[in-house]
Design a protein around this ligand. Structure first.
Ligand SMILES: Cc1cc2nc3c(=O)[nH]c(=O)nc-3n(C[C@H](O)[C@H](O)[C@H](O)COP(=O)(O)OP(=O)(O)OC[C@H]3O[C@@H](n4cnc5c(N)ncnc54)[C@H](O)[C@@H]3O)c2cc1C
Length: 209
C-alpha cells in the first residue's frame, strides 16, 4: 500500500485548491476518477468561467443566508487573493454586470491550466475512483492507499457526466444533509428561444408535475 499524509478525493476546483493550500512539506495525493482534472470547471460560465464576484467581502456576505458559517473562509481567502493566484501567472480579469469576474481570455481552460501549474509537485492519480474508505489508525482507501487525513471534495450530483455523481454524500457511510437543488434549468413545452437573454428578478414559479 502507498502511504500519504493527506489524500484528497476529487480533482475539481475544491480538491485542487485543497491540494495547493496544503503545506508543501506534506506528502499529498489527489485522486480523480476521470482521466483529467476540472471537467465541470471547464463548462462553468458557458466555458468562460465566472470565477468570483468582485464585491467587497462584507457586501458579498450579505448575499448569503448563513453569513456566519462563511465569514471565516471568505476573510481567510478573499476574492482578491484568489485572483492574485492567476494574475501572478499572467492572467488578468474582466468584470461584467453584477460584479461578476471572468478571465480576460474568457476561457475556463486558462484557469484550469494555471491551477494545474500550481499542482506540479503533487502526486495525482487519474482514473482512480474511490469507492471505499475505512478508518483504522489511519484511513485506508480502496484497500490500496493509507492516509493520515482525507479530504472529500467529490462535488455535488449535477452534471454527472463530468464525474460529479454525488459519491461524497455516501463515502463516509452517512449522507451529511438532505440534498436540495440550487440552480436548475427549466424545460418548457413551448419554444421560448425568442426571449432568451431576458433576466427576471424575484420570480415565483408554480408548476404541476
Ligand atoms: C453548467 C454549470 C455552470 C456553472 N458555472 C459556474 C460559474 O460560472 N461560476 C461558478 O463559480 N460556479 C459555476 N458552477 C458551479 C461549479 O461548477 C461548482 O460549484 C464547482 O465545480 C464545484 O467544485 P467541486 O470541486 O466542489 O466539485 P466538482 O467540480 O464537481 O469536482 C468534483 C470532482 O470529484 C471527482 N469525483 C467524484 N467522485 C469521485 C470518486 N468517487 N473518486 C474520485 N474522484 C471523484 C469528479 O470526477 C470531479 O472531477 C457551474 C456549474 C454548472 C453545472
Amino acid at each position: 500500500m502507498e502511504e500519504f499524509d493527506i489524500a484528497i478525493i476529487g480533482g475539481g476546483p475544491a480538491g485542487i485548491m485543497a491540494a495547493i493550500a496544503a503545506s508543501a512539506d506534506l506528502n499529498i495525493v489527489l485522486l480523480e476518477k476521470n482521466s483529467s482534472l476540472g471537467s465541470k470547471l471547464l463548462i462553468t460560465g458557458g466555458g468562460r468561467c465566472n470565477i468570483t464576484n468582485e464585491k467587497p467581502i462584507k457586501k458579498l456576505l450579505n448575499s448569503f443566508h448563513d453569513k456566519n458559517f462563511l465569514k471565516h473562509s471568505f476573510y481567510t481567502f478573499t476574492n482578491e487573493m484568489l485572483l492574485d493566484l492567476f494574475r501572478n501567472r499572467g492572467l488578468d480579469f474582466i468584470v461584467e454586470d453584477n460584479n461578476r469576474v471572468f478571465p480576460e481570455t474568457e476561457k475556463s481552460q486558462d484557469i484550469l491550466a494555471i491551477l494545474k501549474y500550481y499542482l506540479k509537485d503533487i502526486t495525482i492519480k487519474y482514473n482512480y475512483e474511490v469507492s471505499d474508505i475505512k478508518k483504522e489508525d489511519n484511513f485506508i482507501i480502496n484497500n490500496d492507499i493509507i492516509a493520515e487525513k482525507v479530504i472529500i471534495a467529490t462535488g455535488g450530483a449535477t452534471f454527472p457526466k463530468t464525474g460529479s455523481t454525488g459519491d461524497g454524500y455516501y463515502l463516509t457511510g452517512n449522507p451529511i444533509t438532505d440534498i436540495k437543488y440550487g440552480l436548475v434549468p427549466l424545460i418548457t413545452k413551448k419554444d421560448l428561444s425568442d426571449i432568451a437573454g431576458i433576466t427576471l428578478y424575484d420570480v415565483v414559479i408554480k408548476y404541476k408535475t
